[in-house]
Ligand binder design. Sequence first.
Ligand code: AMP
Length: 379
Amino acid sequence: MHVLVLGAGQLARMMSLAGAPLNIEISAYDVSSEHIVHPLTQTVIGKGLENAIANADVITAEFEHIPHDVLETCEQSGKFLPSSEAIKAGGDRRIEKALLDTAAVRNAKYHIINTRDDFYNAIESVGVPMVLKSALGGYDGKGQWRLKDASQADAIWAEMEECITATDNQAIVAEEFVPFSREVSLVGVRGKDGSVAVYPLAENIHTNGVLSLSTAISDLELQAQAEEMFTAVANTLNYVGVLTLELFDVEGTLLVNEIAPRVHNSGHWTQQGAETCQFENHLRAVCGLPLGSTKLIRETAMINILGEDTLPQAVLEMDGCHIHWYGKEKRQGRKMGHINVCGDYSGELQRRLCALAGVLDKPAFPAVHEFAENFSSSN
Ligand code: AMP
């Protein structure tokens, strides 16, 4: 099987690594250079999307910000999965909100803003405090504003108006502020036959808006809620592949924050912690193969490596630690790789996270240090 992935980043790279044992070959379309590249080496292996589409058995995507003409071309080939509709829902918060409403899945109350009048109507209908998000192009907390009280409205409107006029078809989605106790995510997969399998929920800690620590958790009540929401969204889209729901936990009730129509950073722990990792399961689904078990095989957490291209040797010396580099050039804050840390039971995983805090730099890995500090003060 030959799978063409739209996008040539670390997610395509990890799909390639997971596909090899199944004889699934991956080539990647670099959307900015428009070259077809090898997902591991980035070597150019072809030019032009048309040829690559003709040579592929299946086409899929590793991110949602794909030009619509590229999506349409891929969809017309009849080989593209999940679907341009699903990818667009992940890339435009207006479509995403409409999808969640159609699927009858709980999400934060919202109002779409195109004009100043819309903004003042949003303040009335959604209330303050409020989170304002650009409909297009925002990720990792970028393109967002917080309105804490109405006196800030004029200043925030000036910035939002600039954002709306800078990009074609841009708008702002105003959302009620959700007083969540924690953020979790559900990664799951739906096959061509409509079968669904979900991984255990992951609890996610963000630092400056970027995921820094993600830990698989066991909570039967939350898991059941999340699975029901996942099935509703995936069935509404007639989705095929891995789909991720980012969720707010508000005292035991889940709300969907956003969806990602793809494999997800908060699912990287599955490489060591689940029977079948998310990358393999995505490929199985889009290639029409049976889905693999999503069962947890050991307690696992994932630590993102942001803006660093080396780690102390001590990390590799530790039992249960696995480093995954993405082969990228170092840039401040850039996702360069991740560490999966495993334990046979949760106490062992916790002790290993504390041991890692002892060898990892605090400014670069604040979430692990915070974990270790909280752990030592509560034990
Ligand atoms: P997003 O880009 O939608 O994932 O938002 C980035 C971060 O902002 C989330 O991970 C939350 O921590 C926070 N956030 C987003 N939406 C809300 C909301 N409606 N209420 C409170 N916090 C939010």
